[in-house]
Write a protein that binds this ligand. Structure first.
Ligand code: FMN
Length: 216
């Protein structure tokens, strides 16, 4: 799957399964104990797509200008899409541990990860999350961050609220997808903002960490 050293083309997501949305809603629970098994790249790709992948590409015209909207799996106020998703990988088949940035496009079936670095910083993430040690035991930690400024252009003082609401949509998508794949997940809100921000990069504000791993 590796395209070059910095970019990993992800397997295309599945758009169908035998696991109903109702079963996922009924059975989803926060899981904090994980087996030592790695996630497959397909599983990680599916989780990321559920969180923030492209679900529809619409071409339209603004006057004589060609425009395109890439709708995502989670709703976004004004379709402004302020979220940035990172995967801090501990154990995913075919991947070096490290930090990766999710690139949802260019289409519903084409998405990728760009490598930020290949240092194992999961212990620092656990420190930032007030020593919730399952962070280091998980196969990966998905950090959902946002750029409030992208929303503020249109929504001014309501921008931060809208970003936080959108993070909730994306997080729930991920948790339900994890449930349907029999992958354990827990959303983590207890962390020191500045410490997580330092780990993912200064431009993006971290709002949520979702720890994922095979159920032990
Ligand atoms: C905003 C928010 C923050 C949370 N933060 C943490 C956390 O830091 N650590 C943790 O273990 N669980 C965290 N949780 C998970 C809750 O503890 C969990 O959802 C709750 O106990 C209900 O269990 P359930 O998810 O299995 O339904 C958080 C949940 C939410 C919604």
């Amino acid at each position: 799957m590796a395209e070059n050293e910095r970019n990993i083309t992800l397997p295309p997501p599945n758009f169908d399964s035998d696991y109903s949305i109702e079963r996922a809603l009924l059975n989803r629970r926060s899981v904090r104990r994980y087996s030592a098994s790695a996630l497959t790249l397909e599983e990680l790709a599916q989780l990321l797509w559920a969180c923030q992948g492209i679900s529809k590409v619409e071409n339209w015209q603004l006057g004589n200008k060609d425009m395109q909207t890439n709708y995502r799996t989670a709703p976004s106020a004004g379709a402004l899409y302020p979220l940035e998703v990172y995967a801090m990988v501990n154990r995913v088949e075919g991947m070096e541990p490290g930090l990766y940035h999710y690139l949802p496009g260019p289409g519903t079936d084409k998405h990728s990860l760009e490598m930020v670095h290949t240092e194992d910083r999961s212990d620092d993430l656990a420190d930032a999350a007030l020593r919730q040690t399952f962070v280091t035991e998980a196969a990966a930690n998905i950090v959902i961050g946002g750029v409030v400024g992208r929303m503020a252009v249109k929504y001014g003082r309501r921008a931060r609220l809208y970003v936080v609401l959108e993070v909730g949509h994306a997080a729930q998508n991920l948790c339900l997808q994890a449930q349907s794949l029999n992958i354990g997940a827990v959303p983590i809100g207890a962390f020191v903002d500045e410490d997580v921000r330092r780990l993912i990069g200064e431009e993006v504000e971290p709002f949520y960490i979702i720890t994922v791993g095979k159920i032990g």
